[in-house]
Design a protein around this ligand. Structure first.
Ligand SMILES: Cc1cc2nc3c(=O)[nH]c(=O)nc-3n(C[C@H](O)[C@H](O)[C@H](O)COP(=O)(O)OP(=O)(O)OC[C@H]3O[C@@H](n4cnc5c(N)ncnc54)[C@H](O)[C@@H]3O)c2cc1C
Length: 521
């Protein structure tokens, strides 16, 4: 079946929804979601959204803090644009019903996070992402030109004469594959945390958009810049539970399994050192000792205080039989945010005509080598709106492409004996990335990762074209592509900068450059 639509948007987090709400003014928009409405990184965003609107009035400071965090790799024009253009869109969110926290005097109760030199983060408790998502979905649903489709997995983009003209999609409700042709296609597919064994990201974050863009020939930049969060709960049944920085803010200490405190000799701020320094210290201990985790301990504080101050963490840990008032919490650093991605302008233009990209799947130059906390929701909001406006103005009068497109052909082998190959490969890839291409890297680790991933790649490729396609198989193939992109970019960067640290080149290089790759396998 071939379906024609004006505009196709793949992904409905903050960036896809913002694009859709603007773009529907110019034509019909179809929004595809891999799973349900809440399966996105946006839903989990807890800290807030950085903003220098009239409520904080510190545009210059916000720009400066973003540039410092980005460690020399930001595009200053992009930083200035995003910071200066957030207010209007945030005001829309407020008008549509997002109730950011206020103080008793009616002013916004702004938060402050690591790397920000002042309070400029709008938040709704620790549920900012889900509050914004709810309002954006309600708004989009009220607009007749927007159609949502859940449980639809985009498989591949379609290329004709150097242009992107649509996508092949697996309908996960009936397992049928269909074709969509559109004037413009937008990737808003989010990050790729699932490429690592430990991540704060939900299961949908398998880097599908980045992998699809790579396959169609779009430029992908700075994939080695993966930001890690130091403390994710280590437990076989806990998938992606972050233990908040606030515990360390209230005095929780990090120690080895043997009980030795280790941050004291590493940084004057000890446990409250910047995220990358704490993550690196933990990774070093794990690599040196072979232990699986370290401990984060707040159990020396009054149990009543702990339960009152951290009710969410207390409750969640209890589900895994850990009582944080009496025992330490096992933690590991976890992949949190992908600073690199599909090279895109503020308006979402990629290097492929007809293909646009927004949000965490992109590299616009806002985050550089390391993201300033709470800037990613802002990027999704601003760039999504700009992208919608740009496509609308430039594509509204064009007809939907009329190319002849072949239907998707995939294998039809269904062999239950082989089904475990997907899960076992998935685990192996994620472990390989965790051990050899995560926080502390070296040439030899990375070469080992490259060797293993190339082998998996060959194996999965032959499997992919013979077997009946499923969403697990699609994700496995995409994870492999993204893993390979991270490893190749990390090998290419002969320096340590931002979130990329390697034993072999511990200093910054004199020449600052992006690591950009274009399809070669
Ligand atoms: C635990 C956590 C806390 C965070 N806290 C903050 C914070 O406080 N402040 C901040 O600014 N940022 C925070 N972030 C980062 C921020 O949430 C994300 O960067 C941002 O929400 C990404 O938005 P997005 O629209 O680009 O992607 P997402 O919100 O991840 O949306 C991706 C969409 O793409 C769809 N999709 C993916 N693949 C396919 C496919 N193949 N076919 C069809 N659909 C597909 C998914 O279904 C989903 O709808 C946090 C992230 C996490 C994980």
């Amino acid at each position: 079946m071939i379906e024609k639509i004006d505009f196709l948007i793949i992904g409905a987090g903050i960036s896809g929804l913002s694009t859709a709400i603007e773009l529907q003014k110019f034509g019909k928009v179809l929004l595809l979601l891999k799973n349900g409405y809440e399966d996105s990184n946006t839903f989990y965003a807890a800290g807030g959204i950085a903003s220098s609107g009239p409520w904080s009035k510190d545009y210059k400071g916000h720009i400066q803090d973003t540039l410092i965090a980005g460690d020399g790799l930001c595009n200053k024009d992009v930083v200035e644009f995003v910071v200066n253009h957030g207010t209007k869109h945030l005001q829309n969110l407020i008008d549509w019903g997002v109730n950011f926290d206020k103080k008793s005097n009616g002013e916004y109760d702004l938060g402050q996070e690591g790397g920000h030199h002042t309070r400029r983060v709008l938040l709704t408790g620790d549920l900012t992402g889900s509050s914004i998502l709810k309002v954006l979905i309600e708004k989009a649903r009220s607009l007749p030109n927007i159609k949502f489709r859940t449980d639809q997995v985009a498989i591949n983009l379609i290329e004709k004469k150097g242009k992107c003209v649509g996508a092949y999609v697996l309908n996960n409700k009936n397992q049928e594959i269909y074709t969509i042709q559109a004037k413009a296609t937008v990737l808003a597919t989010g990050g790729c945390g699932k490429v690592y064994l430990y991540t704060s990201n939900p299961d949908v974050a398998s880097g599908d958009g980045i992998a699809m863009a790579w396959r169609i020939g779009a430029e992908i930049c700075n994939m080695e810049m993966i930001q890690f969060h130091p403390t994710c709960l280590y437990h076989p049944l806990a998938k992606n539970f972050l233990v908040s920085e606030a515990l360390r803010g209230e005095g929780a200490i990090l120690k080895t399994i043997q009980g030795e405190r280790f941050m004291e000799g590493i940084h004057p701020q000890k446990e409250l050192a910047p995220r990358d320094i704490v993550s690196r210290a933990i990774d070093k201990i794990l690599k040196e000792t072979g232990d699986d985790y370290v401990y984060l301990d707040i159990s020396f504080k009054d149990p009543k205080y702990i339960k009152k101050r951290f009710p969410g963490t207390y409750k969640k840990a209890k589900q895994f039989n850990i009582d944080i008032t009496t025992e330490p919490i096992p933690v590991v650093p976890a992949a949190h945010y992908c600073c690199g991605g599909i090279k895109a302008t503020i308006e979402g233009k990629t290097s492929v005509s007809g293909l646009f990209a927004v949000g965490e799947s992109t590299y616009t130059g806002l985050h550089g080598a390391n993201r300033l906390a709470s800037n990613s929701l802002l990027e999704g909001l601003v760039c999504g709106n700009e992208c919608g406006k740009y496509i609308g103005q430039n594509y509204k009068d064009k007809p939907v492409n009329n190319f002849e497109i072949k239907e998707w052909v995939s294998g039809d082998v269904e062999d239950s004996k082989e089904a475990f190959v997907i899960t076992s490969n998935w685990q192996e890839i994620r472990s390989t990335m965790q051990y050899y291409a995560s926080i502390i890297r070296s040439d030899s680790y990375l070469l080992r990762a490259r060797h293993r991933i190339t082998l998996f790649h060959d194996e999965v490729n032959s499997y992919y074209w013979n077997f009946k396609i499923t969403s697990d198989l699609i994700e496995l193939r995409n994870l492999l592509t993204v893993a390979r992109l991270i490893v190749e970019s990390a090998i290419a960067r002969k320096e340590s900068r931002g979130s990329h640290y390697t034993f072999d080149y511990p200093n910054k290089a004199d020449v600052v450059r992006d690591t950009c790759l274009k399809r070669y396998w």
